[in-house]
Write a protein that binds this ligand. Structure first.
Ligand code: G2H
Length: 247
């Protein structure tokens, strides 16, 4: 496809200095496929710690950031702050942010717009719930989420989309390679029709949801799957095998 494979780890709200030092050591010692971009989504409070322990070839991401640079927003973190401690990426719109913290499509898109303007790369998450899938609304839901991003994003160069069906997240129920490919192909078509052929050809679309070393290789064979966003398995040494799924 010409698109560089891109694998993100999403540690979520896990880890402490001891366990983070251990996983950083595993990643530093590993032979990672040089043709794959690797990004670690680290809890903000440990970002600088992880940045100092990881090789430069691995990018570091925040897991959230607010939509403005600074001010009276108690408890929030800005893209400028993430950059200041060495992050180059931010994960936005994760389904846990949407479901637990009630983030709307619009807020997430505003966050993406500001993060990109501040020079961060963005992993923009989308995905349908089980109820939506069972009602046959998968394409409609991901199109709505993409529309919201598209209203705020002019240049897609520094964006990676992560398609994460909510029913597959942390449940051990991975989408089959065919199920994932079907939605990825729909997204590619949506991009052609609503953004441009160029963006459709070049924008990387990751799959996320219970990706493991055991299922990554089959998923990675699909033509429109350009990488993964990995939760649980990114805290374990098997993350190395997921990064190397195309090797
Ligand atoms: C989806 C994924 C990481 P897990 O949230 O973004 O988590 O791989 O644990 O399903």
């Amino acid at each position: 496809s010409g698109r560089k494979f891109c694998v993100g780890g999403n540690w979520k709200m896990n880890g402490d200095q001891k366990s983070i030092a251990e996983i950083c050591k595993v990643l530093s010692d590993a032979q990672l496929d040089p043709n794959t971009d690797v990004v670690i989504g680290c809890p903000a409070i440990y970002l600088m710690f992880a940045r100092n322990l990881l090789p430069c070839s691995i990018g570091v991401a925040g897991q959230n950031a607010y939509k403005v640079a600074k001010g009276a927003f108690t408890g929030e973190i800005s893209p400028a702050m993430l950059k200041d401690v060495g992050a180059d990426w931010v994960i936005l719109g994760h389904s846990e942010r949407r479901a637990i913290f009630k983030e709307s499509d619009e807020l997430i898109a505003e966050k993406a717009e500001h993060a990109l303007a501040e020079g961060l790369k963005v992993i923009a998450c989308i995905g349908e719930t089980l109820e939506e899938r069972e009602a046959g609304r998968t394409n409609e839901v991901v199109a709505r989420q993409m529309c919201a991003y598209a209203k705020k994003i002019r240049d897609w160069t520094n964006v990676v989309v992560a398609y994460e069906p909510v029913w597959a997240i942390g449940t051990g129920k991975t989408a089959t390679p065919d199920q994932a490919q079907e939605v990825h192909a729909f997204l590619r078509q949506w991009l052609t029709e609503n953004i441009s052929k160029e963006v459709s050809n070049t924008l990387r679309i990751q799959y996320g949801g219970s990706v493991t070393a055991a299922n990554a290789k089959e998923l990675a064979k699909k033509p429109d799957i350009d990488g993964f966003l990995v939760g649980g398995a990114s805290l374990k040494p098997e993350f190395v095998d997921i990064v190397n799924a195309r090797k």
